[in-house]
Design a binder for this molecule. Structure first.
Ligand code: ADP
Ligand code: MG
Length: 699
């Protein structure tokens, strides 16, 4: 394999252990952050900078600022109060005062901070009860009026326990001394750098690690300085290159030609109580055409909650079955896979097709029988979770894989699916469905290896959901609402949200709420589901609710995706301010599935933060998932919207597809240029930004 990296003096080949003061302990701590080579160290960028280059007059301080100040101690005392603290009043040359506060201090420290001493300190300014304060500032006592300040902005590195900022500065200093025009290699084509007006890699790294005095802190912090963009751009190019190459490889794979005769599809369509919408027909045609090609389909089907993706999946599956191939449908949870099983079973049983379910609960002989049916081809349509990836599952002739709620499946899983090919060693077609609308800017960055289809309109006859925000002081009224809705034969959800990131506490809260509501709403049949119930128990409660045997379902956010009970027309969401927009939208999508008018009450706890207020206003103002996704992206950033934080799927280290979206198109062009004319840079680029495993497709 050609490579642009010269093997001698290449900083990605030089271990951090070669640096001074890196013993086994430090090396181990660095390794925890993924830093093994000197190059890794150089790509570990400061999160922010401190300006210790000048003294700020106390009179010019504002809350939130970090600043270097100097003054004389006017008063120092140990206050009792709610928490024992050492309070030191400092007054600068202009006579302006600020209070320093220490909650942890030694006797010796307290003794040294006495009236009359001069002090220079650095810290964050806060508004205290009666004056500006710094809590635990760094400080130094000054015996005489020396006049040294730092000569450059001070970089602050993301760190881990046991690695002090001073250590980071020492290490990066040594690493920078080794930077040369040859290493780290500049992997971007020179013409691209010129066109984009970006500095060379060496310049960019030097600038980011040691910004000169005149550097604009704002430009650095807001990540719009060209030095920063140089790295962000390279990372975006690396991702594009990797996804495009993946796509090219996939294009070369062979897939079964599934040109169905529509015999099964026609029968299903005829039996449906509704006609497909124009949007559903359009994406169905896109899928049908892909399936009839000898290359594996790689299609992402986006459609808002309730847009009707399942019927499209069923029709696509039938096209595979008509050609004598198997189809598999995977959902993110067992609960959802079971629901798919129910829906598909009801639609397909009249056609003589019995979907087979493979779940965690199938053990021992039963499991063996199911695996056998999949391997022999007795099972034509298989429904399950991502457990269908497991090695023990062998298909007789898998023609199509459908993945529901794909934002939980990363590129890696997508690639793994390819290996599940059936007969003739070909790859199955892939249809990936998501109810989380992905804004275009993100789709272009993250799904460059996929084709996109969008169901952009809901089926007719849906009554829009009315959403209102109600303070939790009016809980009693809200309970009345539940009572009267249920008295009219409707059903309701009561959603309890995450408290302090703890599932245990969340479940306890849900249990407590369920108890209170059953007491407060006599005569109502109240059910409870949460994440700590056994799957079978949870499913039993859900089934009761779906069958109308329960009026009110108290739930944690486990009901977020997929559950479909058209008679449920009222949803209460407690503490909606704790949830992101996408999650609120998904939750709310559980109602408004029937013809009756539905309501969603956001039972918030005052006072609301600015962001929370904004979120609730957005969710009240629109029911369009796409609009919500765009707004969500603006508020929360890409990682959250895609859910990649949790899954560890694609992670950008430096770039942010939203903030840097003005670079997306250029990054795509540069990726094409690299692939076409600088093939030697492809592997090093991917290795640098996505890791070596990715280069060889060992994912
Ligand atoms: P989602 O896209 O969220 O998975 P579903 O596939 O669960 O949505 O569809 C939601 C509901 O809409 C289901 O009850 C489904 O049967 C119904 N549905 C789907 N397509 C249509 C249509 N064209 N007209 C009327 N109802 C439809
Ligand atoms: Mg669905």
């Amino acid at each position: 394999m050609a490579t642009a990296v010269p093997s001698v003096h290449s900083l990605d080949q030089v271990a951090v252990q070669s640096l001074k003061r890196v013993g086994p302990k430090v090396a181990e701590r660095l390794a925890k952050l993924g830093i093994q080579s000197v190059q890794d160290l150089l790509f570990h960028l400061p999160v922010r900078y401190q300006d210790r280059t000048r003294l700020v007059p106390v009179g010019a301080l504002r809350p939130g600022m970090e600043a270097l100040i100097e003054g004389e101690i006017r008063d120092a005392e140990i206050g009792a109060g709610r928490r024992r603290s050492l309070k030191v009043l400092v007054v600068d040359g202009d006579g302006d005062a600020i209070l320093l506060r220490f909650f942890h201090f030694s006797t010796q420290q307290a003794a040294s901070l006495k009236s009359g001493e001069r002090l220079r300190c650095y810290g964050e300014v806060r508004q205290g009860p009666s004056s500006l304060e710094m809590i635990h500032p760094e400080y130094r006592l000054r015996r005489e009026a020396e006049d040294e300040t730092e000569a450059a902005l001070t970089p602050i590195y993301p760190s881990t326990e046991g690695l002090q900022q001073a250590t980071w500065r020492g290490l990066t200093e040594q690493a920078l001394a080794q930077v040369s025009p040859l290493s780290p290699v500049d992997l971007l084509p020179p013409e691209t750098l010129v066109q984009q007006g970006l500095p060379t890699l060496a310049e960019a790294l030097r600038y980011l690690h040691r910004p000169p005095l005149e550097a604009s802190l704002d430009a650095l912090l807001e990540r719009r300085h060209p030095a920063f963009l140089r790295l962000a751009f390279e990372e975006m190019v690396a991702h594009q290159v990797s996804l495009r190459r993946l796509r090219l490889t996939q294009r070369q794979a062979v897939a079964p030609v599934l040109r169905g005769d529509a015999r099964l599809q026609t029968r299903l369509r005829a039996a449906l109580p509704f006609a497909l919408t124009a949007a559903q027909e359009r994406v169905m045609a896109e899928i049908a055409s892909d399936l009839s090609q000898p290359r594996p389909m790689q299609r992402l089907l986006q459609g808002d909650v309730g847009a009707g993706k399942t019927i499209v999946a069923a029709l696509a599956a039938l096209q595979a079955l008509e050609c004598g191939y198997q189809a598999a449908l995977m959902a993110p949870t067992e609960l959802l896979s079971e629901q798919h099983l129910r829906n598909l079973g009801a639609w397909l049983r009249p056609l003589g097709i019995e979907p087979l379910w493979l779940a965690g609960r199938h053990k021992g002989r039963e499991r063996g029988e199911r695996l056998e049916a999949i391997a022999s081809g007795a099972a034509r349509l298989i429904v399950g979770t991502h457990a269908l990836f497991q090695d023990e599952v062998c298909f007789q002739a898998l023609g199509l894989v459908i993945v529901d709620e794909q934002h939980r499946f990363g590129v890696h899983q997508r690639m793994k699916l390819r290996e599940k090919g059936g007969r003739d060693g070909g790859s199955p077609h892939q249809l990936i469905m998501t109810a989380t609308p992905i804004p275009r800017s993100l789709a272009m960055t993250f799904y460059a290896d996929l084709d996109l289809s969008v169901i952009d309109a809901l089926p007719p006859g849906r009554t829009p959901i009315t959403t209102v925000a109600v303070p939790d002081t009016r809980r009693a009224e809200v309970m009345e609402r539940v009572m009267s809705a249920c008295a009219q034969g409707r059903q309701a959800y009561w959603v309890c949200t995450l408290i302090e990131e703890s599932e245990v506490l969340e479940c306890q809260a849900a249990e407590e709420t369920a108890r209170q509501l059953s007491e407060g709403l006599p005569g109502l049949r109240v059910g409870l589901v949460h994440g700590r119930l056994k799957a079978a128990e949870r499913d039993a409660v859900m089934a009761d609710f779906a069958a109308g045997a329960l009026d009110l379902l108290v739930a944690t956010t486990v009901i977020e995706v997929g559950v479909d009970v058209p008679n449920a027309s009222l949803m209460i969401i407690e503490n909606p301010e704790r949830l992101g927009l996408a999650q609120l939208h998904q939750l709310r999508g559980r109602v408004g599935r029937g013809a009756v008018e539905s309501h969603c009450l956001l039972l918030y706890h005052a006072p609301l933060s600015e962001v929370a207020r904004e979120r609730l206003a957005i969710i009240r103002g629109t029911t369009s998932g796409f609009e919500i996704a765009e707004r969500d992206l603006a508020i929360r950033g890409a990682g959250e919207v895609l859910g990649t934080r949790q899954t560890g799927a694609i992670q950008l280290r430096v770039a942010d597809p939203v903030r840097d979206s003005h670079l997306t198109a250029a990054a795509q062009q540069a990726a094409d240029l690299v692939l076409a004319r600088h093939a030697e840079a492809v592997d090093p680029l991917i290795a640098r930004w996505l890791g070596v495993r990715e280069v060889y497709g060992q994912v």
